[in-house]
Design a protein around this ligand. Structure first.
Ligand SMILES: Cc1cc2nc3c(=O)[nH]c(=O)nc-3n(C[C@H](O)[C@H](O)[C@H](O)COP(=O)(O)O)c2cc1C
Length: 192
């Protein structure tokens, strides 16, 4: 099991977290159906408000030519340039209302993000990597893939076996600017 230190150089994170990163180049091989199944079972196991499970994913595999090309076409040019090597592309969506009573669920997209994050960790366990993307046309995604109005589009993503090495160091804000204790802006004692 490999571990490394955090940005602060003190904490050893679990290797599944430590080895997650966002590559921009993927090997030319498609993950097996069983692998994709496990990946999305991981996402689907995530926590959610009222156990609503508001996440949905639309994916396209390179082997499904037309759909994959259509998915590639929703990305901004800069992303499409590298994501073209990914065997699987997709995007997430979060349901805006609770199913049991129709009330607004302000955690829909939040929980869809949690599911994607869980999937990113499961991907590392499977030897894959998932690269999230905000640079895409969400309106186009909705139109082309017939996403209902009750779902908010989340993030696009590329899935595959990385063809590049993990960068040596993460760039992260110091914890004292991220975790407050007792009041906003007051760095937590353990974060300093
Ligand atoms: C919601 C979201 C949107 C992102 N949008 C893009 C994007 O449009 N293009 C891109 O190359 N990377 C994108 N990224 C990847 C981030 O740039 C990356 O996660 C960040 O730089 C940290 O690097 P790491 O994931 O390798 O730790 C996105 C990530 C997330 C979670």
């Amino acid at each position: 099991m490999s571990t490394s230190t955090s940005a602060a150089g003190k904490i050893r994170l679990h290797h599944l977290i430590d080895e997650r990163w966002s590559p921009r180049s993927f090997e030319d091989r498609e993950p097996a159906e069983s692998v994709l199944r496990e990946l999305f079972e991981g996402a689907n196991s995530s926590a959610s408000c009222f156990n609503e499970q508001p996440w949905r994913f639309v994916v396209a595999r390179k082997s499904m030519d037309a759909e994959w090309e259509r998915m590639l076409g929703i990305l901004v040019e800069k992303n499409a340039a590298w994501a073209r090597s990914a065997p699987v592309l997709g995007f997430s969506a979060g349901k805006k209302t609770f199913t049991h009573n129709g009330a607004a669920n302000r955690f829909g997209l939040h929980d869809a993000g949690m599911a994607l994050s869980t999937m990113m960790i499961e991907a590392v366990a499977l030897g894959l990597r998932v690269h999230g993307m905000g640079g895409f046309d969400a309106r186009k995604a909705r139109e082309l893939f017939h996403v209902p109005e009750d779902f908010e589009i989340g993030a696009a993503f590329a899935i595959g076996y990385s063809a590049e090495e993990q960068p040596p160091q993460r760039k992260r804000n110091a914890l004292e600017h991220v975790v407050f204790e007792g009041d906003w802006g007051r760095p937590a004692g353990f974060a300093r």
